[in-house]
Design a protein around this ligand. Structure first.
Ligand code: AMP
Length: 476
């Protein structure tokens, strides 16, 4: 199936072709025709499935008749409102709206909290056809009368479950009271909790249910572990783990994009072939970085949560949380990158003392403790390997990254946990949350299985295949 088969207007077909998309993803194939028929939608889909284009493309098509280049704000009332839980997601959706609407004369803007309101107010006063917003900041603007929602025709709630988790329900209800009842509503959520169903019942009219297969393999194939370490030792510990475990392909997560380049540079200095991927890099640079990683030319890909969203790697053996995420749900997203395709994976977190609170939140969400480990042959206090190497430390690349692996040690030695304060209790959450299936409604009551450690001398797997995401292989 092609995008032309979905009856998208030429302006949108050109925009997706510019992105290198050759065919719609399953959620796009289902959602686009239904939205074009003005149906309400209840979509159960995670990020990485292409859901943003799934709702944005038909939304733009429905708004296309209003496209105009008049400077008058009156000609650009808010006709589509997209609510997201976080500013990161708002920015990401806004980027997508811009990308897909680039051949249409429709205006869009994004408003979220934590930044100065003035530029947002100015953009709103100039008139926008499509508004992407986090609920709280949107209400601030409504209160200041910088925006009116009286002409909204399409309402989209993205990651509705996270909005509820974050306590936005009262804000959402207030916003509902400000927009016309005669409208089309689309609700996307990664989970189908009772609360989400209740919200859907209130918001949607005879919705079409669209569910796309969860793309995460059972996380019971993922072994989780935490290294408690002083913050100052993290970088050396990371390099030590990559080398001593002979990791060939590892996705390293950081919170801030500004830190990604620095860490990648430091790893390269340590003789590890690393590169950073974040939203400040051009599309071409990102594609190159991904292709190198996919083909096994890069060992470590350093990414932020946002940048990693477009990355779908079929056989990724290691995910390392260099920093723990601020929200526990992001941990689930991160670790969902490994343990796919029926292959085991490891999710390793480096936790400094100031991050203990974040780990507690993660363990609370998972309803289990993550085993603590101490590294072999590494002095955490000094932040250096204990076994002296022949080369002088902190010097320029020792040798080619492919040759940096030290003599293999027995896997058991590398893996033995130093202590597990509270052994993981395989159990499910009271709401049925099954850790082995992140963001999937619970089915059978299978307990969490701790897989045996992956041998550090594991044979090299075929290079990871990028399935969706930036679809490097599709881009010429
Ligand atoms: P989303 O699930 O909306 O966060 O999208 C995940 C990634 O998939 C984004 O980086 C999109 O650019 C990409 N994407 C969306 N639709 C397609 C498509 N039809 N073909 C290839 N990549 C796509």
């Amino acid at each position: 199936m092609s995008f032309a088969d979905l009856n998208l207007i030429p302006e949108l077909q050109r925009a997706v072709a510019d992105e290198g998309y050759t065919e719609p993803t399953p959620i796009q194939a289902k959602a686009i025709p239904a939205v074009l028929e003005r149906r309400d939608i209840m979509g159960c889909a995670q990020t990485g499935t292409g859901k943003t284009a799934g709702f944005t493309l038909p939304m733009l098509q429905l708004l296309a008749p209003y496209a105009n280049s008049s400077p008058s704000p009156a000609r650009h009332p808010v006709r589509a409102l997209i609510l997201t839980p976080t500013r990161e997601l708002a920015a990401q959706v806004s980027d997508s709206v811009r990308t897909y609407s680039k051949h249409l004369k429709l205006r869009s803007t994004v408003v979220y909290g934590g930044v100065d309101m003035t530029p947002q107010t100015k953009a709103l006063r100039e008139g926008v056809d499509i508004l992407i917003a986090t609920p709280g900041r949107l209400l601030d603007h409504v209160q200041q009368k910088s925006v009116s929602l009286g002409q909204v025709e399409i309402l989209i709630l993205d990651e509705a479950d996270r909005m509820l988790d974050m306590g936005f329900l009262p804000d959402i209800r207030r916003i509902m009271g400000l927009i016309p009842t005669q409208r089309q509503s689309l609700l996307f959520s990664a989970t189908f909790s009772e609360d989400i169903k209740k919200l859907a019942n209130q918001l949607l009219r005879n919705p079409l249910l669209i569910e796309v297969a969860r793309r995460n393999a059972p996380a019971d194939l993922v072994e989780h572990q935490v290294y408690e370490t002083p913050a100052a030792s993290k970088r050396a510990l990371l390099a030590h783990l990559i080398r001593s475990r002979d990791m060939k392909q590892v996705l390293v997560f950081l919170r801030m994009k500004k830190d990604c380049n620095k860490l990648a540079r430091e790893l390269v200095r340590d003789g590890i072939n690393a590169t950073a991927i974040h939203s400040d890099r051009t599309q071409a640079e990102r594609e190159l970085a991904l292709a190198d990683f996919k083909e096994g030319r890069t060992t470590a890909l350093v990414a932020t949560d946002i940048a990693a969203r477009g990355i779908d790697i079929a056989e990724l053996p290691f995910v390392i949380n260099y920093e723990l995420p601020y929200t526990p749900e992001d941990y689930v997203h991160r670790i969902g990158r490994t343990g796919r395709a029926g292959l085991p994976g490891e999710a390793i977190s480096l936790m400094s003392p100031d991050e203990e609170r974040l780990l507690t939140e993660i363990e609370k969400l998972l309803k289990r403790a993550i085993p603590r480990k101490t590294p072999d042959n590494f002095d955490l206090d000094r932040g250096r390997e204990q076994r002296p190497r022949r080369e002088t430390r902190n010097e320029a690349p020792r040798r080619e990254p492919q040759q940096t692996a030290p003599a293999p040690r027995p896997a058991a030695q590398a893996q033995t946990p130093a202590h597990s304060p509270s052994p993981p209790k395989p159990q499910r959450a009271s709401d049925g949350f099954d850790f082995s299936k992140p963001y999937q409604p619970a089915s059978a009551g299978s307990p969490v299985v701790q897989k045996p450690p992956v041998s550090q001398g594991r044979t090299r797997r075929p290079a990871a295949a990028l399935l969706g995401g930036l679809a490097v292989k599709d881009k010429k």
